[in-house]
Design a protein around this ligand. Structure first.
Ligand SMILES: [Mg+2]
Length: 240
């Protein structure tokens, strides 16, 4: 192993099943789309427009439809999703022989041996993100860091379409800030759905007063506040 920081990328496709259905039927673009069975099933995936109603994956479908009766419900088409997943993974395999797929829409790449300077991994991640959009049509969020844990956390906090880089040496500060902001948001209690997320120009249509860190709303708020602090203060913000 080379005597320098590892370059790990985590890639996570955004609202994957729903995004594939929108690709297959562009009339669905911008609409609340839920993947799953009607009746007693749960939501397997929700498009971002659906999430602005406070709908999230694994929520009972009847509950989701209470929040958004006009949502379009589609049965999952797993073989179709696997085809798209395969296309994305092929792109990743072209960047590195070390690809660890962890689910249908998530993978780690180890770029350590593909780069001579750590920063090159950021350029590679950026080009992979562009290729996944250009060649496959899907939006992905990526994190670049020196280990898998931090890369995964990084990819998660700026969805959809984010590319978050945690420079070598900034890992602990990044995680500390991330947790601190999550604590502040959960302590704040009432959360307005859709506030502050970059994907929702929409106004909040629902409120969550239980203060739990559940759903896109809390996450959106957390991520937005986090991102602002991180951009402004960088690792130094972790202590605040
Ligand atoms: Mg995903």
């Amino acid at each position: 192993m080379p005597d320098r920081p590892r370059a790990i990328v985590h890639i996570d496709l955004d609202a994957f099943y729903a995004a594939v259905e929108v690709l297959e039927n562009p009339d669905l673009a911008g609409k609340p789309v839920l993947i799953g069975g009607r009746g007693r099933g749960v939501v397997a995936a929700a498009s971002y427009p659906a999430r602005t109603f406070g709908i999230r994956s694994a929520m009972p479908m009847f509950k989701a439809l209470e929040r958004c009766p006009q949502a379009i419900v589609l049965p999952p088409r797993f073989s179709l999703y696997r085809d798209y997943s395969r296309q994305v993974m092929e792109i990743l395999h072209q960047a590195s022989p070390l690809v660890e797929q962890i689910s249908i829409d998530e993978a780690y790449l180890d770029l350590t041996d593909q780069v001579t300077a750590w920063e090159e991994s950021v350029e590679i991640a950026s080009s992979l993100q562009a290729r996944v959009i250009d060649d496959v049509g899907l939006s992905a969020s990526l994190g670049v860091a020196t280990n898998k844990l931090v890369a995964k956390v990084a990819s998660d906090h700026d969805k959809p379409g984010g590319l978050t880089v945690v420079q070598p040496g900034a890992e602990a500060a990044f995680l500390a800030l991330y947790l601190a902001v999550q604590d502040k948001c959960s302590a704040a209690g009432a959360i307005t759905v859709g506030c502050g997320t970059k994907d929702s120009g929409e106004t909040g249509q629902d409120r969550n007063h239980d203060g739990q860190r559940t759903g896109a709303a809390t996450q959106g708020r957390t991520e937005s506040a986090f991102w602002q602090t991180w951009k402004r203060d960088g690792p130094a913000g972790a202590g605040s």
